[in-house]
Ligand binder design. Structure first.
Ligand code: ZN
Length: 304
């Protein structure tokens, strides 16, 4: 069923969603599919499905400003990242300003996870914090990616081309997800599997080839949905050169978001099953977008 995008006029971080009129919009028109001329430039040579698709799986966790989302135990959190990294997962992590500035173990977690190969995205629920988050991460030696995550679609038009703080300048290159209202309530979150360049806040799901920012929609973030997507790709559905999907873990529970069962063991078993698919690759969110660019930017929007 076609997704309706709500034109909400709410601010990020409001605890309740305000009902607003919904307006149907045009979906991204997938570009005609042509053979991939240039291959993604990740370290391992990508294998493709019989339809020429490579599925890039990423993983993220968002440590929010409110302490109830902070990792309970520094070593347990880092051990979780290490075990999943050893299994092949490439992490894209976001830490909002309140955690970065207040948590005693924030710097240690940022630095030790970076040493493992994790990337830090810019996760700000308030766009005014983008500059400071980037400069804190940089000052700790974790050069932030250009990924904006934790994103309110109505803020898209107001995103600046660069942000500065303490003499450090940071430029967004892509956005991950995008919500029409905060709070992860029904209808708020972007659950699409998509890669394209949004046109504007009001035409967010319309691809503009000249758009400055890339958008990755990482699906529902659930393991089961990733597996069904992979099964569909194996059967020749969604014949786009590069598709991205992101699993998401809650830092305080170390389980897949909203799942009461998908813990470390379930995630490691999932990685093994996915690795039996020759067209699956593990990549960060930013690396997924880079692969999409290298493969010719074939835009798509798979509604979920
Ligand atoms: Zn957040």
């Amino acid at each position: 069923m076609k997704k309706l995008f709500t034109l909400a006029t709410v601010l990020l971080f409001l605890t309740a969603c305000i009902s607003a009129p919904s307006a149907p919009q045009t979906q991204v028109q997938p570009a005609s599919v042509s053979p991939t001329e240039s291959q993604p430039t990740l370290s391992s040579a990508p294998a493709t499905s019989t339809t020429g698709t490579t599925l890039y799986l990423s993983a993220t966790t968002h440590i929010e400003t409110k302490p109830d989302s902070w990792p309970y135990d520094t070593e347990a959190f880092l051990n979780f990242l290490q075990q999943t990294t050893d299994a092949g997962i490439r992490w894209s992590i976001g830490g909002d300003i309140g955690w970065l500035e207040s948590a005693e173990d924030a710097q240690e977690i940022v630095q030790r996870s970076t040493a493992m190969g994790a990337q830090w995205d810019n996760h700000a629920h308030n766009p005014n914090d983008l500059a400071k988050i980037a400069s804190i991460l940089s000052s700790w030696g974790a050069e932030p990616t250009g990924v904006v995550s934790g994103f309110l679609i109505e803020d898209f038009d107001g995103l600046q081309s660069s942000y500065s703080d303490q003499g450090y300048s940071w430029s967004p290159t892509m956005i991950w997800g995008g919500v029409v209202c905060p709070g992860h309530k029904d209808g708020c979150d972007d659950l699409s599997v998509s890669l394209y360049r949004p046109t504007s806040s009001s035409q967010f799901d319309v691809h503009n080839p000249a758009g400055k920012l890339i958008k990755l929609g990482g699906g529902s973030h659930q393991l089961a949905d990733a597996e069904s997507l992979a099964a569909q790709i194996a059967q020749g559905e969604h014949p786009y050169p590069v598709i991205g999907y992101t699993i998401m873990v809650e830092p305080e529970t170390l389980r897949i978001s909203t799942s009461s069962t998908d813990d470390l063991d379930a995630i490691l078993a999932f990685v093994e099953r996915m690795n039996t698919r020759p067209f699956v690759r593990w990549a960060t969110i930013e690396e997924t977008a880079q692969a999409w660019v290298s493969a010719g930017e074939v835009a798509f929007y798979i509604d979920r």
